[in-house]
Design a protein around this ligand. Structure first.
Ligand SMILES: *Cc1c(COP(=O)(O)O)cnc(C)c1O
Length: 351
């Protein structure tokens, strides 16, 4: 048995997957109870009367090329949120297994665990060390019931990168014991390489990427899990049938071509420049206690009075994220980097 089938829920390993209607584009379809005609006004390429290809080959290849990995290591889902859910479902037995998270961090890891009935072990990031991983505590608290460890780098909402060597050491020690998931939702805003290149040596590493942030396609709902092909095969049994909508497939193939990717990197450069400008301008405001350095497209900022700052922003018709409910952040707001005009309006509201 492979490491993945030993670690996963036995019910999922034994599960016989739902049988999709066969995908044979050369033949006419009288096997899926679809209508033979398009709906009025349906101008999609393939026709929305047809079920889409499960895990569409063209999409998987495009995502694999984008992230520089093998297609067998790729699962596409409705946002990386879906991949988070699938990992917890496939590896955590309700009532006995657990996930480990390092708060303050992205909330969906714990939500997915609770939906599945898995326990949540929390090992806080070290607020006194720029929200670095507490390596020793992670390893100590990673008991036999912990099946999935979620690490987010750059971390949401704090914006810092986690140290690569620390992640690699943690993953090295957890081989065969847990899936170590590194959520790289904001990696495109950094100069750092993806940890996907360690997958050959650390097959229990899993990487999350998304088109929602730097690629500007949050509405398309398309995220990617990069993992051992064994993990991909298990999760393909758990993902709902025909999960990638035909409209998403067509939009992503159209918008993710090489010419448009060059444009995406220009936008990323602009966001990064604005991030530096906003960081400096916020730090100069009297009501700002501090701005945490960010590697993402947002900045976490501590105010003397976050409630008042929220209201002033709202008066300027701008929403920023109240981060006061996160542990260890105090009076903080998470501010997404907007257009130059939006960022100026926000600064004006706070001056
Ligand atoms: C936004 C975000 C996601 C979710 O992305 P989708 O692909 O849109 O589901 C995942 N992880 C982190 C840390 C995020 O901030």
């Amino acid at each position: 048995m492979s490491w993945a089938t030993e670690l996963a829920r036995p019910e999922i390993v034994a599960l016989k997957a739902y049988e999709h209607a066969a995908w044979e584009p050369g033949l006419e379809r009288l096997h899926a109870n679809e209508l033979p005609w398009r709906a009025l006004g349906d101008d999609s390429l393939a026709g929305l009367n047809r079920y889409p290809e499960p895990q569409p080959g063209a999409l998987i290849e495009r995502l694999a090329a984008l992230y520089g990995v093998a297609p067998e290591s790729v699962l596409a889902g409705r946002g990386s949120d879906e991949a988070i859910d699938l990992l917890v479902r496939a590896f955590c037995r309700a009532g006995c297994d657990a996930v480990l998270v390092c708060p303050p961090t992205f909330g969906m890891y714990a939500v997915a665990a609770r939906i599945q009935g898995a326990h949540v072990v929390t090992v806080p990031l070290r607020a006194d060390a720029g929200f670095a991983l507490d390596e020793r505590a992670v390893l100590e608290r990673c008991t036999a019931d912990v099946k999935v460890v979620f690490l987010c780098s750059p971390n949401n909402p704090t914006g810092n990168l986690l140290e690569e060597q620390t992640i690699v050491r943690i993953a090295g020690k957890l081989a065969g014991r847990a899936v170590v998931v590194v959520d790289e939702a904001y990696l495109e805003f950094t100069d750092t390489q993806s940890l996907a290149r360690h997958l050959a040596k650390l097959p229990h590493l899993a990487i999350l990427r998304t088109l929602s942030k730097a690629h500007g396609l949050a509405g398309a709902r398309c995220g990617t899990l990069i993992a051992d092909p064994e993990v991909i095969a298990l999760l393909r049994k758990v993902i709902p049938p025909y999960a990638i909508a035909q409209l998403t497939l067509e939009a992503v193939l159209k918008l993710l071509d090489p010419a448009k990717l060059a444009d995406a990197s220009k936008r990323i450069a602009l966001i990064r420049a604005e991030r530096e400008r906003l960081t400096a301008a916020l730090a100069a405001l009297p009501q700002v206690v501090r701005v945490w350095p960010s590697a993402a497209n947002f900045v976490l900022t501590e105010f003397t009075d976050a409630g008042a700052a929220l209201e002033r922003a709202r008066d300027a018709r701008l929403l920023v994220r109240d981060a006061r409910a996160y542990p260890a952040l105090g009076c903080a707001l998470r501010i997404t980097i907007g257009s130059i005009e939006q960022n100026n309006r926000l600064l004006e509201a706070w001056r």
